[in-house]
Design a protein around this ligand. Sequence first.
Ligand code: NAP
Length: 339
Amino acid sequence: MTPQPALKDHPTKPATAQNAEPWFVLGAGSMGCLWSVAMTQHLESVLAQPVTLLLRDDNAVNFYPGKVTVEHSSGTTDRSVELTLPAMSVNDTSHGAFKIKRLLVACKAQDADAALASVAAMLDEQAIIVLLQNGLKFQQQLSLARPPGTVFCLSTSFGAWQREPFHVVAAGGGESWLGHLREESSPILQRSQLQLLSELPDVAMNIRIDDDMQRRLWEKLAVNCAINGLTVIYNCRNGELLTRPAAREHCQRLCTEISTLMHGIALAPDMPELWQRVQQVAQATALNVSSTLQDVRRGKHTEIEHLNGYLIELADRHRLLCPLNQQVVAAVLESGRPL
Ligand code: NAP
């Protein structure tokens, strides 16, 4: 990706959803469906067609039932929201001069670059792109490649899983954080961010702005690197990493290696307390099956190369050793291989 020139500053419009642009959601899986519904409900009073799904090809569009369903369950009450949403293929050439000005990328990290390339012709040069991926590598690359004020990241503890295509179950909630990875902030960046916040479902998804998104994504990456791969190696739920002695000892050693790597990697925050943080997360999510183990069980490509794989890349660049992370990546890739 080639770095782009900076955006010209524009006259200020107040940050309000009244100025919202239509959104396009690339990747209509668990998160894409969850966010599309929340975004539509947030913007339907100001836009006739707030959200359009971008599907990978005409086949996917033909298969699309025309609606997205999200099941919510909280305690004893269950409710289901079903919305009719338009969908189009990324290959649709009937759009003519139309340009996308708002894009939410909801693919897995390993698919995001190719998916984004497939809509490049439809993207306005100054389109605002919001990235939902776990990991950090793709976010960093895209933030450098596009003009300042156009790439933002969302880190969320809201989860979802697919009951069937375009029908998802919202699995737990919490908070979402919006921010950018540019080292320098500027009035234009802050204005874009506030405008974005007004267009996103800030109440439903409990979104707040984080002025240090780099740190937030790093901390989530470190925790994911310490938990996800090991749940594949031990074929266990998150909580069992603490209750099975061999897994616990392995997890603690992996945390030590990740903390040491972070200390040596330029731009990574120090995280000497990683093992404590990982124990809290594993306890709080004790019954969860990590996304990496879910992918392995379903025979899907995991995000491991964007988790521990990314740490290994950075370690190599800094001439640091990381045998435990290498072992985790190798084991996960091996589990995903057909027998
Ligand atoms: P997912 O259910 O696998 O959805 C990804 C979607 O992207 C799939 O529908 C996939 O279509 C589509 N896609 C892939 N390549 C595409 C392309 N070139 N063009 C159009 N669509 C394409 O994944 P997810 O669970 O929503 O996760 C998305 C991201 O959010 C991941 O980085 C994940 O780590 C992060 N996240 C997930 C959760 C969660 O609870 N699910 C929570 C926090 C963060 P196909 O099915 O046709 O491949």
